[in-house]
Design a protein around this ligand. Structure first.
Ligand code: SF4
Ligand code: SF4
Ligand code: SF4
Ligand code: FES
Length: 942
């Protein structure tokens, strides 16, 4: 396969509906009004020479290479900045134009180092291409003033900046502004001294740059170049695949030399990312080759023994014999498994099939338990579908963006860039978050309202917003009448109208002034198309499901559903958390969210799988832990999930794992859970397998294998081998056959096949006879469940209370450069940005405790303690502290409690009562951990 080439149309597409016909070089062409002449020419295959134009950013008109002549008009206008007009006659190739272009190119080349043969961009350089295209054969200007002496900036771990090669086309500056929205770059100086500068003459690393790489991609020369390209050389072929980090689901071209990955280039036709990326997807793939990756299966008799490398046959045989032994001795229900939201849909489907059909029980759960299970439950109850309502494109038609409990610039960066673009274009913004996230104020964006509520009071806040909408007559009566259950609406409206839900009353609970709540409610209800985007700051609470339902109520009451620009949109955390839920990873649901007790559905699966299925829901993750401690749950198969680090109350999880007799971990690295494992099965990266991921917009994207699995087996093959060894034959030869089975059994996936995905790129489920190309917007013309269901969302304070011993509230989150428990990102160049987790604390609280910026502090809760450094900041309100959970040396979840959501058991990560006190450094367990980690690294190196 050769490199996947995408056309650069020079300027962005026009969205106008009016069509314009003109003539270019004697050919008639019809394009939307507002299209540039350059783009119109490209549509008929005429390439106008260009340097400063590219279709990811607006035209700038600085290089003067793209000049054209228009009959009857004077001069030679730039085709990139001149829009088409009806009936004009354009010439792109006259003698006059050729001479002008040659002259322009001569000037560029005279100020450019002539080292093409050794340049990393040789063969992939637009300057080189244009010199050829205009027929430049000699450069008349000799030695003289130039800028070719300027020093390189190598500070960024992933790309270099070599100003000697810069043609000052400003594409990078515009990409940073328009595509990424960071505004990190400017052009400084004049004439030969003009150069691109990050910040105020800083290095890239020390500037505001977030290393998204948009500038690198936009650069037409080797000025901004990936270091991997310089080191490895020009790619020979590429394969389109999907990022394995977050729920945005960006498409990339994996550009390869043989089996070696040279670089990941965001794919312009990727419908989730439209050619953009963040630092993780584009650059942080080095973990795939990290020396700590485990490539051989390992077993041990007990967890205090060293690991022993064994053959695949022996390892798989051990899993099967141990699981069978445990079931013989302790009963059918004594074992279970956890599917991975990092793995593909097909792999997740196989794990739940193995458990239901092979283990003979429904003891299957997934990490969505600890993140978005309330989304599934809440949205299904309100609307009838356990998923977000819109596609990402929808934000372009939004007038009011309401972001609650989410931090898109850090956790969903590529979608954040699109959202920010819309906000810069005039959409209004409401942020509900205890912390002042970057979205609240960033270049050219300022939230209209930032409701910095006390952690744990989301439901009260949303009820107060609803109170304003109902009592001030802002309900969309027509929408409610046509699409919603009237009785449910009446009950809800009466409930939220009660005085206890007024902003004045709720202001006392949340700490947010009543007029701000009223203002935000009015804006949401009356500002035009209003869209809600939310994250784990909504779900990871004891009232997570209540808050999701409250959001659904708001959208229904204001008619903000069923069309582009509106909706309720959960921003899913992991790459395939939507997919793992869709694939039947919960103990009570078969794929497609059908309850295991539904006889007809179960029978259909029994017939297809040739196995009887248990009609009783199985154990959730926390129940598995409790049962293990009680001695009734003995064996666990964990695929691609570090439960010890990511689940709450680490001590409890350790106790549970230690009580089991056979823990099987399938992963890339010896993670924290593997410390308690008896069998380790080396997993495969997303680069080593075929499959699909489903992103936060329900979009099913292909994952394509670009290299051979380093351990010899892809994850799906490992699960098949375990099933076979347990006597449950699953005869798939390729993941496409697994998808065919999913489609045959799941109405919302009925139309999905690899052939369709190869043909159209991606589809959003439901994809079936009614919607053969998928469903970008849900609930158009009515709800999936029939009538929209308003739910009474009584605010119940969490049991986790502050008091004299634990006077502060801890809330947790992510940062851009690290990902979850950091297993991948800590093994990449991303460590330069976040070497450790720190505790954000307000200046008042710090002063009271005698804590200075950078000091070590001890963080104590009712269940545990850890130590980390303090960062003093007013991003958090007094009384609130915040940290990330990326580093095992800190393990923020040592302090989080096992309180959980009333409906789904999703842990209450976002509210923990804590105390902060000065400390001398890491605590005892942290020192012990660091010593163990050093030891493991030594052993791995040997
Ligand atoms: S990498 Fe991204 S953030 Fe950094 S300068 Fe380039 S475009 Fe801007
Ligand atoms: S760094 Fe590249 S994109 Fe930026 S101005 Fe220079 S040549 Fe143009
Ligand atoms: S936004 Fe998410 S999916 Fe896209 S490149 Fe970044 S981590 Fe990957
Ligand atoms: S490409 Fe049009 S002026 Fe540079």
């Amino acid at each position: 396969m050769s490199l996947v080439h995408e056309t650069d149309y020079g300027t962005p597409a026009s969205k106008a509906t009016e069509q314009v016909t003109l003539t270019i070089d004697g050919q008639s062409v019809t394009v939307p009004a507002g299209t540039s002449i350059m783009r119109a020419a490209m549509e008929i295959g005429t390439k106008v020479p260009k340097l400063c134009a590219t279709d990811s950013v607006d035209a700038f008109g600085s290089c003067r290479l793209c000049l054209v002549e228009i009959a009857g008009r004077p001069g030679t206008p730039a085709s990139c900045t001149t829009p088409v007009a009806p009936g004009i006659v354009v010439s792109t190739q006259t003698e006059r134009l050729k001479q002008i272009r040659k002259g322009v190119m001569e000037l560029y080349i005279s100020d450019h180092p002539l080292d093409c043969l050794t340049c990393a961009a040789n063969g992939d350089c637009e300057l080189q291409d244009m010199a050829g295209a205009v027929g430049l054969r000699e450069v008349r200007y000799g030695e003289g003033e130039s800028h070719t002496h300027q020093a390189k900036d190598e500070s960024n771990p992933y790309f270099t900046y070599d100003p000697s090669k810069c043609i000052v086309c400003s594409r990078c500056v515009r990409a940073c502004e328009e595509v990424q929205g960071t505004f990190a770059l400017t052009i400084q100086g004049r004439g030969f001294d003009s150069k691109v500068s990050p910040g105020m003459n800083e290095s890239f690393l020390s500037s505001e740059c977030v290393s998204c790489g948009a500038c690198v991609q936009a650069c037409p020369t080797a000025t901004l170049s990936e270091k991997s390209l310089i080191e490895i050389g020009t790619p020979e072929h590429s394969v389109v695949t999907t990022c394995a980090y977050c729920g945005v689901g960006c498409s990339f071209k994996a550009e390869m030399r043989g089996e070696e990955l040279v670089r990941m280039v965001p794919y312009k036709d990727g419908k989730a990312n439209r050619g953009h990326s963040c630092v993780k997807g584009r650059f942080a793939w080095g973990y795939a080759n990290h020396k700590e990756r485990i490539l051989k299966p390992m077993i041990r008799e007990s967890i205090d023994q060293p690991w022993r490398e064994v053959s695949w046959d022996e390892a798989i045989g051990r899993v099967a014999s141990e699981f069978r032994r445990l079931q013989d001795k302790h009963g059918r229900l004594a074992i279970g498994g956890i599917t991975s939201s990092r793995c593909t849909n097909e792999e997740t489907y196989l794990v739940q099939k193995l458990i239901r059909g092979g283990f003979g029980n429904n003891n299957v759960d997934t990490c969505a338990r600890v993140c978005h299970s309330p989304t599934g439950y809440g949205l299904k109850t309100a609307f009838g579908t356990s998923a977000g309502t819109q596609d990402f494109d929808s934000v372009e038609q939004t007038d009011v963006v309401l972001v609650i409990g989410a931090n898109p610039p850090d956790a969903h960066p590529v979608f954040a860039s699109r959202m920010k673009k819309r906000l810069r274009a005039g959409a209004r913004l409401i942020v509900i978050d205890p912390r002042r996230t970057d979205l609240v104020r960033s270049p050219h964006i300022e939230a209209d309202f930032h409701l910095a509520l006390r952690p744990g009071t989301n439901a009260a806040m949303l009820n107060a917003i609803a109170h304003v909408i109902v009592t001030e007559g802002l309900v969309d009566e027509k929408f409610v009448r046509e699409y919603c259950d009237r009785d449910a609406f009446e009950d809800w409206a009466a409930f939220v109208a009660e005085p206890r839900n007024s902003p004045e009353n709720v202001g006392l609970l949340t700490g947010v002034p009543a007029d701000a709540i009223r203002g935000a409610a009015r804006l949401y209800a009356t500002g035009g198309n209003a869209a809600i985007y939310y994250g784990l700051g909504v779900t990871e609470h004891s009232q997570g499901t209540t808050a999701v339902m409250a959001l659904a109520n708001l959208a229904m009451a204001t008619g903000n559903l069923g069309r582009p620009g509106v909706g309720v949109n959960p921003l899913r955390g992991q790459n395939n958390v939507q997919g793992s839920c869709d694939m039947g990873s919960f103990p009570h649901e078969l794929p497609g969210y059908r309850h295991i007790s539904e006889d007809a559905t179960r029978t259909m699966f029994e017939q297809m799988w040739g196995r009887p299925l248990d009609a009783e829901p199985g154990l959730r993750i926390p129940n598995m832990f409790d049962a293990a401690i009680d001695g009734t749950f003995k064996g666990l198969y964990v695929q691609g999930e570090d439960i010890l680090q990511s689940d709450p109350n680490t001590h409890h999880v350790k106790e549970a794992l230690a009580a089991m007799e056979c823990v099987v971990v399938q992963d890339l690295f010896l993670n924290e859970t593997a410390n308690y494992a008896h069998v380790f099965l080396p997993g495969s990266t997303f680069l080593e397998k075929d499959g699909t991921f489903t992103n936060a917009e329900r979009r099913i994207n292909r994952v394509r294998r670009v290299m051979t699995p380093k351990s010899g087996m892809a994850d799906w093959e490992i699960t098949l081998a375990v099933a076979r060894a347990m006597g449950f034959e699953m005869p798939y030869r390729h993941p496409s056959e697994i998808m065919d089975e999913i489609a045959a059994l799941t109405p919302t996936f009925a139309g999905v096949s690899y052939d369709l995905l190869d043909e159209v790129g991606s589809v959003q489920w439901p994809c079936n006879e009614t919607a053969p190309l998928g469903t970008p917007v849900m609930h158009v013309g009515g709800f999936v469940r029939g009538k929209g269901n308003f739910l009474v969302t009584e605010y119940v304070p969490t049991d986790e209370r502050t008091g004299p011993r634990f006077p502060l509230l801890l809330t947790t989150g992510r940062i851009l450069t690290q990902y979850n428990v950091g297993a991948q990102t800590r093994r990449t160049g991303n460590v330069v940005w976040h070497e450790e987790d720190v505790l954000e604390i307000h200046p008042h609280d710090a002063e009271q405790r005698g804590v200075r910026d950078g000091d070590w502090v001890r963080l104590d809760s009712r269940v545990g303690s850890t130590s980390l450094r303090a960062r003093i900041t007013d991003r958090v309100a007094p009384g609130v502290v915040y940290t990330t959970f990326h580093h095992p040396e800190t393990q923020a979840n040592v302090v989080t409690t096992d309180l959980s959501d009333w409906a789904t058991n999703c842990p209450e990560y976002k509210v923990t009562a804590v105390q902060v006190s000065p400390s001398n450094g890491p605590g005892a367990w942290q020192k012990e951990y660091a010593e163990q980690a050093r030891h493991s690294r030594r052993v791995a190196a040997e």
